[in-house]
Ligand binder design. Structure first.
Ligand code: GLN
Length: 486
C-alpha cells in the first residue's frame, strides 16, 4: 500500500476503512525513511518503540483522534524521554532526556507515532541546515541544495512524503522558510500558543513550536493537539483553543489583506515577484481586497533580532558546560579548563559566534546600547503591527527573498548573507504573531513560498485563508521525483 505523499486526512481515511493497519503504515514510514536515507533528514530513529506502539494501537483501536496511528517526525530540539535529543550539536550528541516536551507529549497522547528525530541547524541557529553536527540535509527537490533551516530535516521528511507531518520550531523563520524551500505548509503559532516546556531553548522570548505538513488542514490537525495552556511554561497563554480544523473552509469574501509598503518586492527575482502577483489574483477571485499598509519600523527587524536572539542564546546555552549534559572534554587540568575545552569542542562555529555576540551585547557596558535598545525597537515594531491590524485582517509577503540555494553558496564569507534570508519572517517573531507559509508555485523547478501573517491568536483565520488558497490551486500537491536519492 503506497503511503508516500499522503496527507493526514488521506491516511486517516485509509486507516478508518481498514485498507491499511497502523502496524503496516508505521512500517511503510520507516521503510521510506531508509529508502531516502541519503536526504539525511533524521538524526535518530525510533524504530523499536515506534513499531511497538503501532502494534499495540492496532489491538486497542478505541481512540477517535484524527492523529491516532499517524506517523510523525519530531525536530531534534524537543526533549523525548529515552530517545536521544541532540539539537544537532556535538555537545548534546549523547544526551538522552528523562522526559518528553509538552508539545510532543500532546501529539503522542493523541495517538500519533514518533518515528524519529529530525536533523536541524545546530541549536536552531541557521537558515540552511548547514550548521548541523550531523551533516547537511538535501532539499528533496534538488540534490546538493539546502532544504532551508533550521527545521530542515522536518521539512525535507514531509516534502519527501516519508511522514505526513512533523514538528518544527520558529525563532526567526525556522518553520516557514524551510517549508517554503521544500514546497510544503508550515505554521508558526502566536507566541505562547504552544508550550515551550521541554524545547531546548535558543531565544526564549522568540521561540515557538509549530507544525509542518502538506496542507493547511493537516497543520490545523496538529495545532489542535499541540496548543493549550501549560503551567510548566511561564509564558504559556491561558486562552481558549478553538477547533482549528472545524473553523477551516469559511468564505473570505471581503477579507482585507495588507501588502507591506516597506518590503520592496521589485528587488526580488522577477519570477518570485510574478508568483506573488499571481497569488494576489487568486485571492482577489476569492473576494479578498488588497490594501497597501506601512510598518515604518519593520526595516529594523533583522538587526533587532540579531541583537536579541544572540543575547538570549548566550544566556540559555551557558548550561552546556560539560558537567551536567552531553560532551565532556578529556584531559582537563581544572574546572575552568573543563568548561573551556568542553564548550570549545562541543559547539560549532555559528553557535560560538552567537554566544560571543550575545555575551558582548549583555555585558555591563553595552547592555543599554544593544539589548535594551533592541527591546525598545521591538516594541515599536509590535506597535506598527497593532496599528495595521486595525485596518487589515492579514498581511501577505513572500516567505523568502529567493528559492533554495546550493550548499556552501551563502554565508560562508559573510554570515549576514544568510541572516538576510529571514527578512520577511523575523518581524512576526518579534511581535509574537502567528504566520504561515504555503507553497505557491516554482521557479527553476524549486518551490516558492507565500507568507500570511495574522493578528494575535488568529491562527484560525490564517489557516482558513491558507486552506482556501489550497482549495483553489494545486501547488501543495506537487511532488519531488526523488530519483537522485534512492
Ligand atoms: N535563521 C534564523 C537564525 O539563524 C532563525 C532561526 C530559527 O527560527 N530558529 O537565527
Amino acid at each position: 500500500m503506497n503511503i508516500q505523499f499522503k496527507s493526514i486526512i488521506e491516511l486517516r481515511e485509509m486507516l478508518d476503512n481498514k485498507s491499511i493497519s497502523i502496524t503496516e503504515l508505521t512500517q511503510e514510514s520507516f521503510l521510506l525513511a531508509k529508502k531516502y536515507d541519503e536526504l539525511n533528514c533524521f538524526v535518530t530513529m525510533n524504530e523499536e518503540v515506534g513499531q511497538k506502539k503501532a502494534d499495540a494501537a492496532d489491538s486497542n483501536n478505541k481512540n477517535s483522534s484524527m492523529l491516532f496511528g499517524i506517523p510523525l517526525a519530531q525536530k531534534d530540539l524537543f526533549c523525548t524521554e529515552n530517545l536521544r535529543t541532540t539539537c544537532s550539536s556535538k555537545i548534546l550528541s549523547n544526551f538522552i532526556p528523562p522526559y518528553t516536551a509538552t508539545a510532543v507529549k500532546k501529539l503522542e497522547d493523541a495517538g500519533s507515532i514518533t518515528i524519529g528525530k529530525t536533523n536541524m541547524d545546530e541549536f536552531a541557529m541557521g537558515s540552511s541546515n548547514e550548521t548541523s553536527f550531523f551533516g547537511n540535509v538535501h532539499n528533496p527537490w534538488k540534490k546538493g541544495y539546502v532544504p532551508g533551516g533550521s527545521s530542515g530535516g522536518s521539512a525535507a521528511a514531509v516534502a519527501a512524503g516519508i511522514v505526513p507531518a512533523a514538528t518544527g520550531t520558529d525563532t526567526g523563520g525556522s518553520i516557514r522558510q524551510p517549508a517554503a524551500h521544500c514546497g510544503i505548509t508550515g505554521l508558526k503559532p502566536t507566541y505562547g500558543r504552544v508550550s515551550r516546556w521541554g524545547m531546548i531553548a535558543f531565544a526564549s522570548s522568540l521561540d515557538q513550536a509549530g507544525p509542518l505538513a502538506r496542507t493547511a488542514e493537516d497543520c490545523a490537525i496538529l495545532l489542535n493537539s499541540m496548543s493549550g495552556y501549560d503551567s510548566k511554561d511561564t509564558t504559556s497563554l491561558n486562552s481558549d483553543v478553538p477547533d482549528f480544523l472545524a473553523n477551516i473552509n469559511q468564505p473570505i469574501d471581503g477579507l482585507k489583506i495588507g501588502i507591506i509598503k516597506e518590503f520592496n518586492l521589485s528587488d526580488l527575482d522577477s519570477e518570485v515577484q510574478a508568483r506573488f502577483e499571481e497569488s494576489k489574483k487568486t485571492y482577489e477571485k476569492l473576494g479578498a481586497k488588497f490594501i497597501e499598509v506601512s510598518l515604518p519600523n519593520i526595516s529594523a527587524s533583522v538587526p533587532t533580532y540579531y541583537s536579541i536572539a544572540p543575547a538570549e542564546c548566550s544566556s540559555n546555552l551557558s548550561r552546556f558546560d560539560g558537567v551536567r549534559f552531553g560532551h565532556r572534554a578529556k584531559n582537563t587540568t581544572d574546572l575552568n579548563d573543563l568548561y573551556i575545552k568542553s564548550r570549545s569542542e562541543g559547539f560549532g562555529d555559528e553557535v560560538k559566534r552567537r554566544i560571543l555576540i550575545g555575551t558582548y551585547a549583555l555585558s555591563a557596558g553595552y547592555y543599554d546600547a544593544y539589548y535594551k535598545k533592541a527591546q525598545q525597537v521591538r516594541r515599536l515594531i509590535k506597535n506598527d503591527f497593532d496599528q495595521v491590524f486595525q485596518s487589515v485582517d492579514v498581511l501577505m509577503t513572500p516567505t523568502s527573498p529567493n528559492t533554495a540555494f546550493e550548499f556552501g553558496s551563502k554565508g560562508t564569507q559573510n554570515p549576514v548573507e544568510l541572516y538576510l534570508e529571514d527578512l520577511f519572517t523575523i518581524s512576526s517573531n518579534l511581535a509574537g504573531l502567528p504566520a504561515i507559509s504555503i507553497p505557491h508555485g516554482q521557479v527553476n523547478s524549486l518551490p516558492v513560498g507565500l507568507q500570511l501573517i495574522g493578528n494575535f491568536l488568529k491562527e484560525d483565520q490564517l489557516l482558513n485563508t491558507a486552506h482556501l488558497f489550497q482549495k483553489n490551486s494545486d501547488f501543495h500537491l506537487a511532488q519531488p521525483s526523488l530519483e537522485d536519492f534512492s
